[in-house]
Design a protein around this ligand. Structure first.
Ligand code: NAD
Length: 297
């Protein structure tokens, strides 16, 4: 029997633990604060930001939200970040990506105080992750690590294939898998758009983590019996639904499920973990900045 992993349930368990930590902090006079900044007219970005703010409200984190017109100069965004860096009520800052083309994404990421960089994308935090001393693990790969741990899937000694080499998913995912300790000690292979014979790599894997952004590109024929399949992809494809589209992953669910030991669905797999881990990082940021200790889940 294949286990279909329930990301909503795992996300709820983590959120519950994070809410308890929030309560501890509030009782000590520290209300964790997360500022979101949106500089885009993109509907999906607006939805993501509002989901993050809603999650804050549900667990007692103070949410602050800033919207900038997409045609404002980059300096306006930088000034907003500078103000948030200086604001002691704000422990975490998240600038929703993508930013408009005239804004240099790297400058944005480097402008955020690394202590408030709850996405974990600042070069200082990337360096800490790679060197095995992570401060804030990027939310999506950290969520995948939690899924594996909570499902009892051992990574030690396993061959993991990560499909995708982005800075937000693929690269940090592989880095987490090769670290010492629990959730690590795997042998990670990173595949990407220029990889030769992807199917040969995925067929050799014990764990396949798909993060390519290509609808249903990994199917059962590319997997060996007993593989763990984690589908990070969220792709809108045209469909005869009210909205005119549906969400599918990077994995062809039915054929992959027939081969897999355990598999995450889309939606309801990795997605809920990404937001839970953002709340986790925000509470960690509040704890680090206030010196009030909490035991994170
Ligand atoms: P990205 O476009 O930045 O990177 C995609 C990567 O996939 C690239 O490195 C590219 O080399 C690789 N790739 C593309 N086509 C490929 C192919 N045919 N074969 C092998 N590799 C290929 O995307 P991203 O930001 O890393 O996101 C990846 C997917 O994950 C998207 O569908 C995105 O929507 C989704 N996502 C989901 C969550 C979540 O919370 N579940 C969070 C972030 C991203």
């Amino acid at each position: 029997m294949t286990t279909v992993i329930d990301g909503n349930e795992i996300g709820d368990q983590i959120t519950e633990g994070v809410a308890e930590c929030t309560e501890t902090l509030v009782n000590e006079g520290v209300t964790p604060g997360l500022a979101t900044v949106l500089m885009s007219d993109d509907g999906a970005s607006e939805t993501y930001v509002s989901m993050k703010q809603q999650a804050c409200a549900e667990i007692g984190i103070e949410g602050y939200h800033y919207e900038l017109d997409a045609d404002e100069p980059a300096e306006t965004l930088f000034a907003t970040i500078d103000d948030l860096n200086a604001d002691p009520a704000v422990h975490g800052i998240l600038v929703q990506m993508p930013v408009p083309d005239h804004v240099d994404k790297r400058e944005v990421l480097e402008r955020i105080d690394p202590m408030k960089d709850v996405d974990g994308f600042h070069p200082e935090n990337v360096g800490r992750l790679v060197s095995g001393n992570a401060r804030y693990k990027p939310c999506t790969p950290h969520g995948v690590q939690k899924i594996l741990a909570k499902t009892g899937i051992e990574t030690e000694g396993k061959d993991a294939v990560v499909v995708g080499r982005s800075d937000i998913v693929g690269k940090p995912m592989a880095n987490l898998l090769i670290q010492y300790g629990s959730g690590g000690n795997a042998t990670a292979t990173v595949c990407h758009s220029r990889t030769d014979d992807l199917a040969a790599k995925t067929r050799d894997a014990d764990i396949v983590i798909a993060a390519a952004g290509v609808p249903e590109m990994i199917d059962g024929s590319m997997l060996t019996e007993g593989t763990t399949v984690i589908d990070v992809g969220i792709n809108r494809v045209d469909a005869d639904t009210e909205k005119g589209y549906e969400l599918v992953g990077d994995v062809d669910f039915e054929s992959a499920k027939a081969k897999a030991d355990a598999i995450t669905p889309v939606p309801g797999g990795v997605g809920p973990l990404t937001i839970a881990m953002l709340m986790y990082n925000t509470v960690k940021a509040a704890s680090l900045q206030s010196g009030v200790d909490v035991t994170l889940p």
